[in-house]
Design a protein around this ligand. Structure first.
Ligand code: ATP
Length: 294
C-alpha cells in the first residue's frame, strides 16, 4: 500500500485580541489571548487524517512541542518521524484588531532547523510509489523535493508561502501542484485561471495542477484534460485552513480512485464545512460528516 508522508511545519499560533495593532515604541494591553496549534503542515496532516488516510508527519518541534505532538496524535497522525530540537517550536504572534484586521509576526523556530541530513533519514523509510506532501514553511524544501522525486515518490507540492526557497526548487520534479490564485499568479505571471493552467501546462507538462479560487471554486488540470468544481454555498465564518482541508480531501478522493471531478467535489464539500466554522484545524470536518452531505 502507498504510504503518505507529510513533511511540514508545526506551529503554535498565539492570537491576541487588541483594540488596535501595536505601533513602534508603543505598549498596549491586549484584550485576550487564544493559543492554537497550527502551521500548514499540521493542518494538512490533520485534514488528511480526518479524511480517513493514514498519514506520517515529519518535521521538527522545539522543547515546547508537546502540544503539537499531542494534537497530531489525537487525530491518529503517525508522529514517529517528528524530531525534537533544542530551542522553541515555530510560532506566530497574531494581533487581531476590532475590525478583524490582523498583523502577524512569525518565528520559524524548529521549522527552520530541518536539515538535508534529517530529511534523508526520514525519506529512507519511504520508497517508490509513496506520496510526499510538501508546503514551503520549513527549511530544506528544495532538498526534500529533489530527494523524494529521485527515490520515486510522488511529490504533491503546495508552494505556500511563495519565496526564494520555493523558487529554488526544481519544479519539474513535482507530480501535483496545489495552488491558490495568488500562488498560481506568482508561478506564471498571469492572474486569469485559464491562463494560469495554460502556462503551468507549458512549464510543467509532467504535473497535474489543482488551482483553488476561494468561493469561486477549483480547477484540476492534467495533460490537456480539465475539470472544474464550483464551491459549495457556505456561510463563511473563518476561511483559515480552507485550502488545507481541500488538500487533505482531494488527496483522499484521488487515492480512492475517484475521478478528478469527484475528488474536487469531495474536497469542495469538506472545505465548505471548514469555512462555516471558526478556527483552523478545529474547523476541519471528519469524513463521515463530509460524506453525509454529498
Ligand atoms: P487558506 O490559505 O485560507 O487555507 P487557500 O487560499 O489556500 O485558503 P482557497 O482557494 O481560498 O484556498 O479555498 C480552497 C477551497 O475552499 C475553495 O476551492 C472552495 O472549495 C472552498 N472555499 C473557500 N472559501 C469558500 C467560501 N467562502 N464558501 C465556500 N467554499 C469556500
Amino acid at each position: 500500500m502507498k504510504k503518505i508522508l507529510n513533511f511540514g511545519s508545526l506551529n503554535m499560533d498565539f492570537v491576541y485580541a487588541v483594540a488596535h495593532t501595536v505601533r513602534g515604541g508603543e505598549t498596549e494591553a491586549s484584550l485576550g489571548l487564544q493559543v492554537f496549534p497550527g502551521g500548514k503542515g499540521l493542518n494538512q496532516s490533520i485534514a488528511a487524517a480526518r479524511a480517513g488516510l493514514s498519514v506520517f508527519h515529519a518535521g521538527l518541534v522545539g522543547e515546547d512541542g508537546g502540544l503539537l505532538l499531542d494534537t497530531l496524535k489525537a487525530d491518529g497522525v503517525d508522529t514517529r518521524f517528528v524530531g525534537t530540537v533544542p530551542g522553541r517550536s515555530g510560532h506566530t504572534i497574531i494581533q487581531v484588531d476590532e475590525n478583524a484586521q490582523n498583523a502577524i509576526l512569525l518565528f520559524g523556530g524548529a521549522n527552520r532547523a530541518v536539515t538535508p541530513a534529517y530529511a534523508d533519514e526520514v525519506l529512507a523509510h519511504f520508497s517508490a510509489g509513496d506520496i510526499v506532501l510538501l508546503q514551503n514553511e520549513i527549511s530544506a524544501v528544495p532538498h526534500i523535493l529533489r530527494r523524494a522525486a529521485e527515490a520515486g515518490l510522488s511529490v504533491w507540492f503546495n508552494p505556500s508561502p511563495m519565496d526564494d526557497g520555493a523558487r529554488a526548487c526544481d519544479l519539474s520534479l513535482v507530480s501535483v501542484f496545489l495552488l491558490n490564485e495568488i500562488e498560481g499568479e506568482q508561478l506564471t505571471g498571469t492572474a486569469e485561471p485559464g491562463a494560469i493552467l495554460d502556462r503551468m501546462a507549458e512549464k510543467y507538462p509532467q504535473a497535474a495542477v489543482v488551482l483553488t479560487l476561494g468561493a469561486a471554486g477549483a480547477w484540476y488540470a492534467k495533460a490537456g484534460a480539465r475539470a472544474f468544481c464550483p464551491a459549495e454555498k457556505a456561510e463563511a465564518v473563518d476561511t483559515t485552513a480552507a485550502g488545507d482541508t481541500f488538500t487533505g480531501y482531494f488527496l483522499r478522493g484521488m487515492l480512492d480512485g475517484r475521478t478528478p471531478e469527484e475528488a474536487l467535489r469531495l474536497a469542495a464539500r469538506a472545505s465548505a464545512i471548514a469555512v462555516s466554522r471558526p478556527g483552523a484545524s478545529p474547523s476541519i470536518p471528519r469524513f463521515s460528516e463530509v460524506e453525509r452531505g454529498l
